[in-house]
Design a protein around this ligand. Sequence first.
Ligand SMILES: Cc1cc2nc3c(=O)[nH]c(=O)nc-3n(C[C@H](O)[C@H](O)[C@H](O)COP(=O)(O)OP(=O)(O)OC[C@H]3O[C@@H](n4cnc5c(N)ncnc54)[C@H](O)[C@@H]3O)c2cc1C
Length: 720
Amino acid sequence: MSPAAVQCIYHADIMEGAMKKHRISGLEKGRDLSPVISKSRLIIIGAGFSGLSAARTILGAAGDRVEVIVLEASCEVGGRAKSGKLPSGTAVELGATWFHGICGNPLYEIGVWEGLVQDTRGNPDLSQFEVDWHVDFLRPFQDQLLNGRSRVVAEEALERFQESALEMSEDTQAPDISVGAFLRRKYDEIISHDGLCSEDLAAFAESWQFREKQQRSFDGFFCADDVSTAFPREFETLEGPNLPVQGGLQGIARSLAAPLDVRFGHQVTAIEWGSGGVSISCSNSSEFEADAVLVTTSIGVLQAKHLDMFHPPLPSWKQLALSAIRLGVVDKIFLEFEVPGGQVDALTHHSPRSPPCPEHPEVQTAGQTLVTGEVWNMGRRTGPEVSASAVAQATTAVMAVTERCASACVSSSTIVSSSTNAAGQSKGKVAPSRRPKQRKSIHTYAFMWPVPDPRQLGMSGLTSSICTATDYCTATAQQQLPGGLLLHPGEGMPFSDLPTWLYGLHSIRFNPGPCWIEPSESEMYDMRRDSGQQVKEVTNNESSTVGAVLWITGDSALEMEALSDEEVQQGIMQLLSTFPAIPVPKNAKLPPKIVRTSWGRDELYRGSYSYLRAGVEDGEAIDILAEPLCAENGFPVVMFAGEATHRQYPGTAHGAYLSGFREANRFLASLDRQDSLVAWSLAAAAAAVQHLEPESQQQQQQSSSASSIQRQSSGRSLAA
Ligand SMILES: Cc1cc2nc3c(=O)[nH]c(=O)nc-3n(C[C@H](O)[C@H](O)[C@H](O)COP(=O)(O)OP(=O)(O)OC[C@H]3O[C@@H](n4cnc5c(N)ncnc54)[C@H](O)[C@@H]3O)c2cc1C
């Protein structure tokens, strides 16, 4: 047999991932060569979507040829995809909430495959699954929603903001250095042309300020001056509706983790790395050795810990890339109002819409509907779908293990259009559904915090340079807000006495909404089958609850995180009396119970999602962050994944997933390169022995090359 033919056979074996076929003992007359092609070992740090996707991809492609251990510091999988429970037992999303676009979204594909989420893809009109956004405006100390002309102006501001953001994403000629600088310029242009009277200007500025704060919480910015315009320019949005995740996003993480070796309570504190592999130490004193490590911790953890963690330290090019990216802080505060006697019908939060604008009957207040999604997608170009084959491969790698249907899933191009298994069924109990659905609507009550000097908003005001609530308070104090606003009418409560973090809150939303987790498709199937038992349980309740959620960002979020639960609860009570038009159910018990997140102070995250800092011209830093640290022979010893390493989809769960898939393939490709070289050399040598051919000079060369690779390979194995 020619060496080339042997090489082909071994390649085929490697592709099948059958380790035993590499054991060529016997061919070489009693000499056991199994240690030569040793089992590789990869440690993955973190069981968020990036770590789980890497582990599943390797398991699917290499089987037990690679030992993969996932070290997770906490006691659960999912990372920033985290479900929680309110005091009533209602399930909510504490972290990631949406599929941001479903076309080409691998997590959506997996959700459908697992029977967790409804399969909407075959539906000719995907827009019916989009969520409608409605905004009502609340002014301090006013017990009515903003109405009339001011409301129309406030809505106009939202539209102008949206147009400006869109323009920013297309402004490739002379991009501003920061999002703040761009928005400031646009604001100045708008108010100088529009000749608004002072009352209109106030409404315009307050609404613009709300929208800018809201955008900060969608994208996690500390402040608009801190963000490069390259960030919205480079971010790509997946096609298709943004959908809340039935059953919760953490459910998808759990299904990914099922067949994996995840070691909980293993917080990695040190990584020693070099050409021989890696040694890893954990805070619980356990130690691991491996050929390579994949680090998937958040960039906040990396920034805070890399000096202590990496030995030798990260090279300067990697450290530079780390400093170009920042992890924003976004928190949610859930309120739960108990309404005794189950009289939730008395709720006012679905109050009738305010009457149309009397001065401008031509302008329908139905224009309250915003057509924005809950991402910066109005300011970002919509990318082509993720390469269909990439998603299909990523999904296939996962499903191959789940269903042992590797052969059925290998022709992956079909997976994107239909995630059915070989039998044409989705894995869950529910077949792909085309049942029509009513568009969901999300109602946002926006806080119109007073703006010290609306004419100055663009020049020096809140859009950018005033990033923190403390700055805001200083500015309002210095500029002396116009009469009345500083005092709560009737009660005389000084406006300036409000805790500063409250100014970071931009709006409140009531349940139902995307943060409240709806049952998964298979749970709904069970409920329907169990003849409405669930419905009965709810209506029999003696008391019911109404939920609401507030989002808070940046320094205000960090300030809130530092407070006790009682202090936050007290602040919320002050907020409720500052904005009396917040439609709290009339008979609700006060204060509401509170559940809140602390993503910024949590040492396992140190923030929520990443963005490019102002001054950075493009997303190259993200690519550099994703580059591995390699041994002299090019083998990637330390690899990096995680949402912050994905240039097109940073800050998203699907970006995290695809980054793990990318690194798994990097690792597998390196193994294949290395092992096929070893296999080729050994097979050639073995063939020579078997055929008892006289040793030619050429075969002598092959033997010596095999032993030199053996040294190299066992160098890595020694470290393992
Ligand atoms: C409030 C919020 C809302 C969001 N909303 C959305 C949304 O609607 N849609 C969307 O697509 N995305 C959303 N995201 C972003 C999305 O959640 C993240 O991009 C994604 O989950 C990140 O996954 P990851 O694997 O990169 O990191 P992580 O999920 O952070 O996983 C890293 C893991 O590493 C572990 N870890 C940390 N340090 C160590 C250590 N030293 N040793 C061992 N383990 C360690 C952590 O415990 C964690 O489990 C949101 C995030 C937040 C916080």
